[in-house]
Ligand binder design. Sequence first.
Ligand code: BGC
Length: 422
Amino acid sequence: MIFQKVKQNKIKNSPEFKKFPQGFHWGAATASYQVEGGIENTDWSKAAIEGRVPVCGDAINHYHLYESDFDIAESLGHNAHRLSVEWARIEPEEGKFNEEAVEHYRKVLVALKVRGIKPYVTLWHFTIPLWFSEKGGFEQHDAPEIFARYTAYIVSKLDDLCLDFSTMNEPNVYGSNGWLRGTWPPFKRFSLVESISFTNSNEIKTYESSKGIRSLFLYFKVMRHLAKAHNCAYDAIKKVSPDTSVSLVKHVIFFHANRNPINIIIALIANYFWTYRFMNRVHKKCDTIGINYYFHKKFGDTETYVKTDMNWDIYPEALEGSLVMLSKYKKPLYVAESGIADAKDAYRGEYITRQVKAVWRAIEKGVDVRGHMYWSLLDNYEWALGFEKRFGLVEVDQKTQKRTVRPSAHIYKLICEQNGLY
Ligand code: BGC
């Protein structure tokens, strides 16, 4: 035992060892709708009934299995965990809050605490209560105030168990999938072609309302409302819980380019529209910033990349540049998500290693990074793609709900336990 400790210390002090700052948070992330099961009063559950997205149903029953799932996280050396609470459970009717739901999340946070795992709680991760969506969701003008009321309520109920909350997850992904690509509720799609389509009823040719173009304007409106919702929520939370640290979780696509000046300019513009434009509106009301990194786009690139099961390039190195990008706001950062869909677990171990090295390089450059949360602890409901894509450190058989730890989880475990890697 003593010999082992001495050996471990030797490893950590060797010059090649990439040591992380003391107290660094290592863990994995989940989101309520994707894992809990039994959530039937959201825009997504309604869309599933209408056959527009796959049914989530019992998901992976994390609502009931959270204790044993957290046992697994603890056994894997995690000292932090990112989860979200479900707005539709907490406020099932407008302005009426459900104490049972609050009690449930309190138990979840206690379960983390007794295992020595620090929680990061996201207050809204994509799904919205049905009543809110039927009123127009984030298109309506009073959405920011409605959202802020909910966030302040739930934080005031949980802040003795958690002091790190993020208001929302990936506003740009939410907005673009819902209003530009039309693949997520409310399924509005921006298209120039749609806007000039004609219908021919009763021999009278009528011009279809310019739905496609309208959707682009709605997208910008929703993005404005989301920024305002974050800012209002920040103020409302600080009023009820001044010591709470409030963040926003931002999805960063790392746009970069070859040496061609035109490509460089395109990359700059793309980074502005995807990342900076929104962050410029909210950074003053962020105590910390969470970053989700999954993909990059290099303009003028001739390289070919191995692909994940999502058909995304395996290029975790760009997490470094993404962290550098957000460091411009001079707030502590944490990796709230970064992961790989890899059902065979063929690339995950190497991916994590390269990803963690990218974080380390950013820290070496002076970026203040406080934690790293792999996406995801468990295989789960991958939104419009259902249960087929496997991001988990832990494999889940959705039919039997059996959990099996994947080999790559042990590679990450070593990193977590040693607080660094070679
Ligand atoms: C989202 C997760 C999602 C993951 C993988 C992130 O954009 O926050 O909910 O499962 O990407 O696609």
